[in-house]
Design a protein around this ligand. Structure first.
Ligand code: AMP
Length: 149
């Protein structure tokens, strides 16, 4: 029995490790967005596919404030090249898709990615803020004047 199963198992494992279209999410244990991807932290999910996840920001700063993230962990936009091309494409498509689902296409919306400390990035798992549903301030997602970020 084992003789028959073992070669099959090896073939599947080899295929999975060599197939570049298979995303291999490498969860970072202390990353809150990796926990959301793994389902060990809660989120208000609005969209999910093989490559990306979209959910409501826990502290929305506009009527609609969603986050679109790759399932595979990279810290920020600076590391975009580490993601497979399918994931990069899926990220942008998901931004438009969730905006459309929220009815934002007609009046417009904004997509923002804070990258690094000068941009006040606070969660170091790449994410795109998709904001809209009202007339946005110019600094909609930047540090607020009261410093309550
Ligand atoms: P940034 O400052 O650009 O890195 O944005 C990080 C965003 O993640 C902020 O808008 C936070 O409100 C949001 N955030 C942090 N933790 C969570 C969480 N557990 N669920 C949803 N959004 C979160």
């Amino acid at each position: 029995m084992m003789r028959r199963i073992l070669p099959l198992y090896c073939a599947v494992a080899l295929f999975a490790s060599q197939n570049p279209s298979t995303p291999l999410p490498k969860a970072v244990t202390d990353c809150i967005f990796c926990k959301i991807v793994a389902g060990t932290a809660p989120s208000r999910k609005v969209y999910e596919d093989k490559y990306v996840l979209a959910f409501w920001d826990i502290r929305p700063r506009a009527k609609v404030h969603l986050l679109v993230i790759p399932k595979q962990h990279v810290a920020s936009l600076s590391e975009l090249d580490e993601l497979p091309v399918e994931t990069r494409a899926a990220l942008l498509s998901a931004c438009v898709r969730v905006a459309k689902d929220q009815g934002l296409l007609e009046n417009g919306f904004r997509v923002i990615s804070n990258n690094g400390k000068d941009a006040n990035q606070s969660v170091f798992h790449l994410h795109f803020h998709v904001v809209g549903g009202e007339k946005l301030r110019e600094d909609a997602i930047s540090k607020d004047p009261a410093g309550k970020r």
